[in-house]
Design a protein around this ligand. Structure first.
Ligand SMILES: [Fe+2]
Length: 201
């Protein structure tokens, strides 16, 4: 599922995906329009945060195959992948007890909770290599809450399932996140490991 890299990022071919959930297809169209408006990352992520908050509050039904936890690791199912790779929308599923390493995204991101509880610890993005990471705080996000998880210059965090049921998030990223090489960090040493969180089938 997850591949390892030791060199700099590359770009792989984007395979477009379109959701058959009408509310998500309409949301993708609004994200496309906002990106087309040429906003900077902070204005763009705030606008997408507002849109995703509305979509979650209005309610929609994710198909069962997009909410299925994997017993071995967290999974990201593609709900929408824009053909030019400019954004993607994922259903991210953490089973009870599962979490991520400390990681970055190399792009902007907005995360809304569809079901369950997510615990997020944020870190300062290291300005220099191989120094311990500085934690910035921990939050719990619950159903219907939406957070701007990342901008390119502030994108380092660790996420885990916080409840006694799997947590399912709707994640929006400014790239095809299933093919984007990005960094994970050893928080004690600052050591970097490049990885790609590939799309689950
Ligand atoms: Fe993340």
């Amino acid at each position: 599922m997850t591949s390892s890299r030791t060199s700099q990022p590359d770009t792989r071919r984007v395979v477009p995906v379109r959701s058959d959930v009408p509310q998500l297809d309409a949301f993708a169209a609004r994200v496309r329009a906002l990106i087309g408006a040429g906003l900077d990352e902070r204005a763009l992520t705030r606008a997408i945060q507002q849109e995703l908050t509305r979509v979650l509050a209005a309610g929609f039904e994710l198909p069962g195959e997009k909410t299925r936890p994997d017993p071995d690791r967290y999974v990201m199912y593609p709900l929408h992948v824009e053909g030019d790779g400019s954004f993607s929308i994922a259903s991210a599923v953490w089973n009870v007890g599962q979490g991520t390493p400390v990681h970055g995204h190399e792009t902007w991101g907005v995360v809304g909770i569809y079901r369950g509880v997510e615990v997020e610890t944020r870190f300062e993005k290291p300005a220099v290599p191989d120094v311990p990471l500085v934690p910035e705080g921990t939050d719990e996000w619950t159903q219907g809450q939406v957070t701007v998880c990342c901008t390119t210059d502030d994108d380092v965090h660790q996420v885990r399932c916080g409840g006694d049921e799997p947590v399912i998030g709707i994640h929006v990223y400014g790239a095809d996140i299933g093919t984007l090489p990005r960094r994970s960090y050893d928080s004690e040493t600052g050591a970097v490991h490049w990885f790609t969180s590939e799309w689950a089938a």
